[in-house]
Design a protein. Structure first.
Length: 212
């Protein structure tokens, strides 16, 4: 049976400003997140010029930005998932710095060893952060990753909007948990990427720890 036009309408993605949490974040954490992200972007231009102090500051700011996301992500999991905040966290706090660090680490210049050490610090902090974040999902959002892995369809993202309209509280709770699992799966991908980066930087051919 095809869904009615009314149910199809209800399943359409909501606008960012439709979420009350958006206005809360925009007034509080948003400006600080933007400021830190801008600072990281500016510092990375100095890192490309082999400025080790700038690299140290990037590692620090990456951690600060990640911590803000740590407080924001579980606040409204529907907002987090629909606005792809998981990917914003990954790109801003980790992916951008890692890509620039890789370019200077792979250089034959003498300072490469210093940048290699700083990149490992960034990667280790990132791994610890994501492990803690996933633990937060398990504790506060009742995410059961072992169960999710046994039912792969839970991890599919294309049915998000079809399960986002709920008639009662019980179904809302079940849907919230399902969306939380999908959100957490994005973090698992980032964690796996960090472990693979670390394996490559350390020059190890043992990818056992990097497999997800």
């Amino acid at each position: 049976m095809r869904p009615s036009s009314a149910s199809q309408h209800n399943a359409q993605p909501r606008q960012m400003t439709d979420y009350p949490v958006y206005h809360e974040i925009a007034s509080n954490e948003g400006p600080k997140m933007q400021k830190i992200n801008d600072s990281i972007t500016s510092l990375l231009t100095q890192v490309q010029k082999r400025d080790t102090r700038a690299a140290e500051k990037v590692v620090q700011l990456s951690g600060e930005l990640a911590e803000i996301y740590y407080g924001v992500l579980p606040r409204d999991i529907f907002f987090t998932f629909s606005m792809n905040l998981e990917q914003h966290l990954w790109k801003q706090a980790f992916y951008k710095p890692i890509e620039v660090f890789k370019s200077v680490v792979n250089s034959p210049k003498e300072s490469s060893k210093t940048f290699r050490g700083l990149m490992l610090v960034l990667l280790n902090k990132g791994i610890a952060f994501y492990e803690r974040l996933i633990g937060l999902y398990e504790k506060e959002l009742n995410v059961d990753l072992e169960k999710a892995m046994l039912v792969p369809s839970i991890l599919h993202e294309d049915d998000f909007w079809s399960v986002s309209s709920f008639p009662n509280s019980a179904e809302q709770n079940a849907t919230k948990q399902k969306v939380a699992v999908k959100s957490c799966s994005r973090h698992l991908i980032s964690l796996g990427d960090l472990k693979r980066y670390k394996t490559l930087v350390e020059g190890s051919e043992d990818y056992q720890d990097a497999r997800m």
